[in-house]
Design a protein around this ligand. Structure first.
Ligand code: HEC
Ligand code: HEC
Length: 232
């Protein structure tokens, strides 16, 4: 067993700490309530139909997100293996124009609640894509240490506490999968968490904003080098 693996063996306990840490973070951040007039992120749908999701993906999403949601463009997020709740909430947030992105707001405008659930069911069942290349081994190693252990002296929380040591997230807690996520996209979204307020209505609107607060640019780059190549 590799030394790092043994050192972080306690994390193999399946996300036992995620719920209490999320609860503490939520209290700390006084999350915004649902927007006035009801929560536009609450979707109404019946049993998701992944086969219909596959058809929609092939005709609408694949040109940007890649076949099966395995994007090969570092700026476009991978959707393969993403937890379904996260995909549904993000699509609803684009449609409600709560999450910025002219491209995705246009795409989501043409999707029904049922389409969103079908797409989420399809993408969550696809195998995550291969690792991205990282040329800087030292940077990646720093990212791995932060990901697994955090840096308590600086108040940096280990990513693995919520995302899991495998980075595959936790659907019922609203935690996204980030394993082998596209690197340029991941860095952009971490900057967004640092620089823009959250939108209400998702399960954990403040979690990532609190997590990134003590982290500097070097930390974010190291973390992205690791998370974009987790399963190599
Ligand atoms: C023209 C290119 C394009 C098309 C077509 C497209 N997307 Fe996207 N999508 C993007 C880009 C770029 C982003 C990143 C947006 C941002 O955060 O700035 C994105 C983000 C997303 C996200 C958020 C992912 C995350 O990890 O937070 C989801 C979910 C998503 N797209 C789903 C879809 C689905 C489903 C379709 C098809 C119905 C689709 N997209 C079609 C370009 C596209
Ligand atoms: C307290 C729990 C928690 C911790 C700790 C945590 N995350 Fe997250 N993370 C979440 C939640 C919840 C989401 C999705 C919610 C959202 O969109 O704000 C998320 C989303 C993300 C995303 C966006 C995924 C996407 O597809 O857009 C990235 C990247 C990410 N986290 C990276 C990290 C990194 C790196 C760390 C460690 C420095 C970390 N997270 C620590 C809870 C956590």
């Amino acid at each position: 067993m590799k030394r790092t693996a043994r050192r972080f063996l306690w994390l193999a306990a399946p996300l036992a700490l995620a719920a209490p840490v999320l609860a503490a973070v939520a209290q700390n951040g006084s999350p915004p309530g649902a927007p006035p007039g009801g929560n536009p992120l609450e979707l109404k749908y019946s049993t998701p139909n992944a086969a219909h999701g596959a058809q929609l993906s092939a005709s609408v999403c694949q040109s940007c997100h890649g076949p099966g949601g395995v994007s090969t463009n570092p700026e476009v997020p991978r959707l393969a293996g993403q937890v379904p709740g996260y995909v549904r909430f993000q699509l609803a947030a684009f449609r409600a124009k709560l999450r910025p992105s002219p491209v995705m707001q246009r795409v989501a405008a043409s999707l029904t609640d049922q389409d969103m659930a079908d797409l989420a069911a399809y993408f969550s069942a696809q195998a995550i894509g291969p690792a991205w290349n990282t040329t800087d081994a030292a940077l990646r190693a720093r990212g791995e240490a932060l990901f697994m252990g955090g840096d308590p002296a600086r108040g940096a929380i280990a990513c693995a506490i919520c995302h899991g040591a495998s980075g595959r997230g936790e659907d019922h807690l609203g935690v996204a999968s980030i394993t082998n996520q596209s690197p340029t996209y991941a860095l952009a979204v971490l900057h967004e968490y640092k620089n823009t307020p959250s939108f209400g209505g998702i399960p954990q609107p403040e979690a990532m904003r609190i997590v990134v607060k003590p982290l500097g640019e070097d930390d974010l780059r190291a973390l992205v080098a690791y998370l974009s190549s987790m399963t190599r």
